[in-house]
Design a protein around this ligand. Structure first.
Ligand code: DQA
Length: 147
């Protein structure tokens, strides 16, 4: 079965406790369990990982090449700052779906720009944890063998 990586970045380990008025009460464990279940429905093995460290995330993206068919990425605040993450994605040439729980375009101006978006298949923002489910469905469709 094809596998995909669901990679969450800085501060997302605090989901459920962190600014619940913005990010909701769902914990990271809940999100990851939901991703595994969505993957199962879509015929994908889902491997979840979270890191607060940019370099660890870059290593995970490099390691995904040859291991996973694609990546669902919520890079947290690195979305708005990290050219290194963008370069890592461009280097591995894997389909990446960018996810944000909140609608970054409706928030502070510094969140409106994503370094990830130009190298991603697309961006899903503002639908809370459901965004991960949508991203997995998009990747599953994208990875379907073309006949
Ligand atoms: C976030 C949005 C980012 O701006 C923020 O820094 C996060 C979470 C989201 O999921 O809505 O950490 O990626």
């Amino acid at each position: 079965m094809t596998s995909i990586l669901v990679l969450n970045g800085p501060n997302l380990n605090l989901l459920g406790q962190r600014q619940p008025e913005v990010y909701g009460r769902t914990t990271l464990q809940d999100v990851e369990d939901m991703c595994v279940a969505s993957g199962k429905d879509a015929g994908l093995d889902v491997i979840c990982m979270q890191s607060n460290h940019e370099g660890v995330m870059i290593d995970a993206i490099h390691a995904a090449k040859g291991t996973h068919g694609g990546i669902v990425l919520n890079a947290g605040a690195y979305t708005h700052t990290s050219i290194a993450l963008r370069d890592a994605i461009a280097s591995v040439e894997l389909p990446v779906v960018e996810v944000h729980l909140s609608n970054i375009h409706a928030r502070e101006a510094f969140r409106h720009h994503s370094h990830i978006a130009p190298v991603a298949l697309g961006q899903i923002a503002g639908f809370g944890p459901q965004g991960y489910d949508l991203a997995i469905q998009v990747l599953a469709k994208h990875l379907e063998p073309k006949t």
